[in-house]
Design a protein around this ligand. Structure first.
Ligand code: HEM
Length: 523
């Protein structure tokens, strides 16, 4: 072959490459023009939804950033409290601000009670999750059973509250011993893992009558993998919205795979516990929530839910109950060491009301307004569930004058409510006093303004249990210990992202409080 032959052979390939190149560029220009035309047409329509320009294929995915709730707050300043974004091919409505969110989730409660038809939602709890399931009559029965059973085992009356309280107190006692051990010799440690085990033990005992030691590496590993859950199902996760990302190796595809694996692992854990319960079930004795659900679903008169709902309901409760409260407790420890003067004030109130002769109890709540103000302010400032689980519309609806069609995905930005400058003075500052009135009592109107458990039909069912748990943890920990930061470390409110956001790792050292001879306590 001569050199000329070589050139002749390469030419068609070069020609083909350049025409493909031109075609690809032409295709993208065409897509952009089409998007611009549709966007301009949308802008021209009366009361059409405002929002940023969506790029072809990805929509606004590249604009979300690490913390979508913060991006949405910035977008709300430009477009208003209701706006539209596009992720992949999906139109998504983002709701911000208290009055808009209330209007949607309370006034139009049923219309906003759906969940998007995401493939990841179908993986949760063997495909029969109440938290991630579609809105229907069956779903209403499911939620009712889950809610009433959870209440029966926690806060429905003084007897159940007392039992829960004993349980929490024993768990905090164990946590204190672990904290003191990890702090021996003035060491600093990241409290998240131990908080997670303590909190998971409480819901595990309510669900299955079983708790695990802080040394149990298998239980710790199971809990540790749960982070991938929130990263997948949180609003702004791209796993379900850009399905083409599943076709080649990338972080979103790996996340989805870990999500599927951990759901199987968690579900097997729950299935194993329920199977043991079924074998030893005695209708005369209800040992825990597993027995209660077996009684209601397997043996109940109304056969609305099939038997697999026992496992799925327990998995929903176990999953939701540990991830959220462990994040809350870790934020509270961070805030205690970041603001030592507030920690001191809390201890002073607890010492004054409870003294050293006994442990703090649920009955002390009304007498400890500063402790309660501290808890609400921690929830508000951290807003550690910044966006709810994504919702969807069950029928056409109008919000703030904007028409939203049925089956539209809806993101609800709770963070925007808790950091609204028109609602809170200096919202980025930590000021528990903001919740106290001039008589030092808790301002009931103001505490209801903190949005962390969502609203309406999809509101969290663990709110009362969580508030009681957080109160008891705060009081007992501060009654017995003091918490100290590492002077070499700068403490920030920076966080991980996901459905629940957690503080970045930080160090704490815990010391037992000592009694003075006159019963006053030294920090
Ligand atoms: C401080 C702790 C907690 C916070 C901040 C919290 C917050 C939330 C939020 C924001 C939602 C989503 C609501 C929506 O999509 O609009 C939710 C749903 C849910 N939570 Fe919680 N939660 C907490 C603790 C718990 C606990 C302890 C349990 C149970 C043991 C629980 C069970 C559930 C369930 C079952 C749902 C699904 C409700 C539904 O889809 O209708 N949560 N929670």
């Amino acid at each position: 072959m001569t050199p000329m032959d070589d050139i002749e052979a390469v030419r068609p390939w070069e020609d083909w490459k350049s025409s493909i190149h031109t075609a690809v560029i032409f295709f993208f220009v065409f897509l952009i023009c089409l998007e611009v035309c549709l966007w301009i047409r949308g802008c021209g329509q009366k009361k059409s939804l405002p929002g940023p320009f969506p790029w072809p294929l990805v929509g606004n995915a590249m604009q979300l950033g690490q913390m979508p709730h913060l991006t949405f707050c910035k977008m709300a300043q430009i477009y208003g409290n209701v706006f539209k974004i596009k992720l992949g091919t999906h139109d998504i409505i983002v709701l911000n601000g208290e009055s808009t969110i209330r209007q949607a989730l309370v006034k139009h409660s049923a219309e906003f009670a759906g969940r998007p038809n995401f493939s990841s939602f179908k993986v949760v709890s063997g495909g029969k999750s109440m938290a991630f399931g579609a809105y229907s009559d069956l779903w209403k029965t499911h939620k009712k059973i889950a809610h009433s059973t959870l209440r029966a085992f926690s806060t429905v009356n003084t007897q159940s509250t007392k039992l829960l309280e004993e349980h929490v107190a024993a768990e905090v006692e164990d946590l204190i011993q672990v904290f003191l051990h990890l702090s021996s010799g003035g060491e600093y440690f990241n409290p998240f893992y131990e908080c997670h085990v303590a909190i998971a033990n409480i819901i595990c005992a309510l669900c299955f009558g079983k708790r695990y030691s802080h040394d149990d590496q298998e239980f710790k590993a199971l809990l540790g993998r749960h982070d991938k859950f929130g990263q997948t199902v949180g609003a702004g996760s791209l796993v379900d919205l850009l399905p083409w990302l599943q076709s080649f190796p990338n972080p979103v595809r790996s996340l989805h795979q870990s999500f599927k694996d951990l759901n199987i692992e968690f579900f097997n854990f729950v299935k194993d516990k329920v199977s043991q319960h079924r074998k030893t079930y005695n209708p005369e004795i209800t040992r825990d929530m597993s027995d209660a659900f077996i009684g209601l679903i397997d043996y109940g008169e109304e056969k609305v839910l099939s038997t697999e709902y026992v496992e799925s309901t327990l998995m929903d409760l176990f999953g939701a109950g540990q991830d959220t409260n462990s994040a809350a407790l870790t934020w509270m420890i961070l805030l205690l060491i970041k603001y030592p003067h507030i920690q001191k004030k809390l201890q002073e109130e607890i010492d004054r009301v409870v003294g050293q002769g006994r442990m703090p109890t649920a009955e002390d709540r009304a007498k400890l307004p500063y402790v309660q103000a501290f808890i609400y302010e921690s929830l508000r400032l951290s807003s550690f569930v910044p966006m709810t689980i994504p919702h969807s519309t069950t029928s056409d609806v109008i919000i703030d004058g904007f028409y939203i069609p049925r089956n539209t995905i809806v993101f609800v930005n709770q963070w925007s409510v808790n950091h609204d400058v028109n609602k809170w003075t200096n919202p980025d500052q930590f000021q528990p006093e903001r919740f106290l009135n001039e008589n030092g009592q808790l301002d009931k109107d103001l505490i209801h303004g903190v949005m962390i458990f969502s609203l309406g039909t999809r509101r969290c069912i663990g709110d009362q249990l969580s508030m009681l748990q957080l109160f008891l943890f705060t009081c007992i920990l501060l009654h017995r210990c003091s918490f100290h930061s590492d002077p070499k470390e700068e403490l920030t409110m920076n966080s991980t992202n996901g459905l629940t956001i957690k503080p970045l790792p930080f160090g704490v050292s815990v010391r037992a409080r000592r009694l003075r001879r006159n019963q006053e306590i030294l920090g």
